[in-house]
Design a protein around this ligand. Structure first.
Ligand code: ATP
Ligand code: MG
Length: 570
């Protein structure tokens, strides 16, 4: 392919609205263009790279035994009503009406659609296990579309759904997908890590997210420093092994005046203590009843964890807090409180703590949890902190940021029950199939590759997903010999199945080299009059600083060998 025949609108300047490097480079290298918020056109180079990511995903899904199908992107509303998700996903779903005023949905995901299909077509245990996948455009009305392809309103997802006879069999399907994901991201040249994740709105019992560690990531990951544990922040557990005995541990409870300071930091400052010595007592309301939730002053409640114990619990309003504690907001404490209480497990054994006095402007010093309160209910309800022990007791937690490129879920029977996807076992008894679902953000993955692989000059494509493997930069395109050699090398490499781009533009060499670095194709072959006079052609890998001069005769073969070597590394 010749550069002059392709739309590759490279930009010198960094576009103002692109905050992260991969978004900037996708625009600057002429891979994508924005139509509106969260809506992008893939230009020829961007689309070629996207198709390569898709091809890797497809190969690995097929290899893992999944069957490719394609479901409609537009669905009748009724099918979403059957699972109850028309309501729960209301804010993310794009809704439209047809000319007969029938309500339709643009699919944000396809659990309901595939389960409906399975409920009609799969009736016997003999047809299980099965796994259907598709690569398709998804629609989500995101609160904040941003970072280019990272968070779009319309994006390309690979979604797969497995159906099994039992949860043990479903575990095997899950494992197969997990392994396929490891291979997919590795083949894309990505360093992905699998982290434990919460199952959230999806329902189900367990899940892993595949994360690409990078500073621009929107998700926080807590990882043990010995690599033995990783989970996203929502899900992560930590063990705080700091001493829970503070000065005053043996002394009696004592009132202290804390006028006008209800916030943890202010109380700590006033009393000249660490926030950790203070107990945060929050009043929640669950099932219309107040509950006190207690945790160390330097920690925050993870409401996802709390909701597993107290479904739907919400912070109480000041009126309720006053009724329950007899004090203004900021002075609640466990001493003498008669409502049910739950404490974060890190409070166990606390002695010498400071708690609210259930009286406006009053705190209590020398609090001994066992001695002075009825609190015996310890649970994991806080976000862990960096430095905590990992739940396996091995490493210490560290924090990093990541981009979620894939997600695997064990779903159980939530959707198969709701949509009647039952099968008959060998005794003729009916059971709902056990389901798993597995998503990869194909378009997000493409951008994640760039986020992870670039330098100050531009993209550095891994050979597996580069739009073209080889760029032939012709320094004097008007020179007949230069162009002839370029065409010969192109033909040789194309015959080997490589994608080759010939930069035949009438531009200064410096300009062309800059564009070459920006585009970041894995191998550059440079052909100029001066080199040819010496019988030489230069080849250079994008990731290397120096070029190698090779003889004209050997150039094509040498270039091919380099590409093969790069492929071996993935
Ligand atoms: P996120 O937390 O980033 O919103 P999600 O949990 O909503 O992701 P899933 O529903 O599991 O994502 O979708 C599967 C995959 O689709 C995600 O792992 C991600 O790679 C991709 N994805 C999700 N939302 C978007 C989006 N708005 N734009 C691009 N890719 C997305
Ligand atoms: Mg989302």
């Amino acid at each position: 392919m010749r550069w002059s025949n392709l739309l590759i609108p490279t930009l010198k300047e960094t576009p103002q609205d692109a905050e992260i490097i991969s978004h900037q480079l996708m625009l600057r290298a002429g891979l994508i263009r924005r139509l509106g918020s969260g809506l992008y056109t893939y230009l020829p180079l961007g689309y070629k790279a996207l198709r390569k990511v898709e091809a890797i995903v497809r190969e690995e899904m097929n290899r893992a035994g999944a069957q490719e199908i394609l479901m409609p992107a537009m669905h009748p509303r009724e099918i979403w009503d059957r699972s109850g998700r028309y309501e729960s996903l209301k804010n993310v779903m794009f809704r439209v009406k047809d000319r007969q005023d029938r309500e339709m949905v643009l699919g944000p995901t396809h659990e309901e659609i595939v389960t409906d299909l399975v409920s009609r077509e799969i009736t016997s245990y003999k047809q299980l296990p099965c796994n259907f996948y598709q690569i398709q455009t998804k629609f989500r009305d995101e609160i904040r579309p941003r970072f280019g392809l990272m968070r779009c309103k319309e994006f390309i997802m690979k979604d797969a759904y497995s159906f099994d006879v039992s949860s043990e069999a479903a575990d095997e399907s899950y494992k197969k997908m997990y392994d396929a994901y490891v291979r997919i991201f590795k083949r894309c040249g990505l360093h992905a890590m699998a982290v434990e994740a919460d199952t959230g709105d999806m329902g189900g019992s367990s899940s892993h997210e595949f994360m690409i560690p990078c500073d621009a990531g929107e998700d926080a990951i807590l990882e043990a420093d010995d690599g033995s544990y990783a989970a996203n922040l929502e899900r992560a557990e930590g063990i705080c092994d700091l001493s829970n005995e503070f000065p005053g541990a043996d002394a009696a409870l004592k009132k202290v005046a804390t006028p006008n300071v209800g916030k943890i930091e202010d109380v700590a400052k006033l009393l000249k203590i660490e926030p950790r010595q203070l107990v945060k007592t929050l009043i929640y309301v669950a099932d219309e009843k107040p509950v006190a939730v207690l945790l160390p002053g330097d920690r925050d409640v993870n409401e996802i964890k709390l909701h597993k114990l107290l479904p739907g619990a919400e912070l109480a309003d000041p009126e309720v807090i006053r009724q329950v504690t007899g004090a203004d907001v900021g002075f609640a404490g466990p001493v003498g409180l008669t409502i049910p209480m739950i404490a974060d497990r890190s409070l166990k054994g606390l002695r010498g703590g400071v708690v609210g006095g259930n009286e406006t402007g009053v705190h209590l010093l020398n609090f001994d949890l066992e001695r002075d309160s009825e609190l015996r209910n310890f649970e994991d309800i806080a976000f862990p902190k960096v430095g905590d022990l990992a739940p396996n007791g091995k490493g210490r937690l560290t924090e990093k940021r990541g981009v979620e490129v894939g997600h695997v879920f064990k779903l159980g029977t939530k959707y198969t029950e709701a949509l009647g996807a039952n099968f008959l076992d060998e005794h003729g008894k009916s059971h709902p199939a056990v389901m798993g679902c597995y998503g990869i953000g194909v378009s997000r993955t493409l951008q994640a590759v760039i986020e992870q692989s670039n330098d100050k000059f531009g993209i550095i494509w891994p050979v597996s997903v580069a739009p073209f493997e080889v760029l032939i930069t012709v320094l004097s395109p008007k020179d007949e010999a230069c162009m002839r050699h370029a065409e010969e090398i192109r033909e040789f490499l194309e015959e080997k199945g490589l994608d080759v781009l010939v930069d035949d533009r009438e531009e200064r060499p410096g300009f062309k080299f800059k564009d070459a670095d920006l585009l970041g194709l894995p191998l550059r072959v440079t052909i100029g009059e001066r080199g040819l006079a010496k019988g030489e052609i230069e080849i250079k890998e994008r990731s290397e600083k120096d070029f190698e001069a090779v003889s004209v005769e050997e150039a094509a073969e040498k270039a091919y060998e380099r590409i093969l070597k790069m492929r071996e590394l993935l």
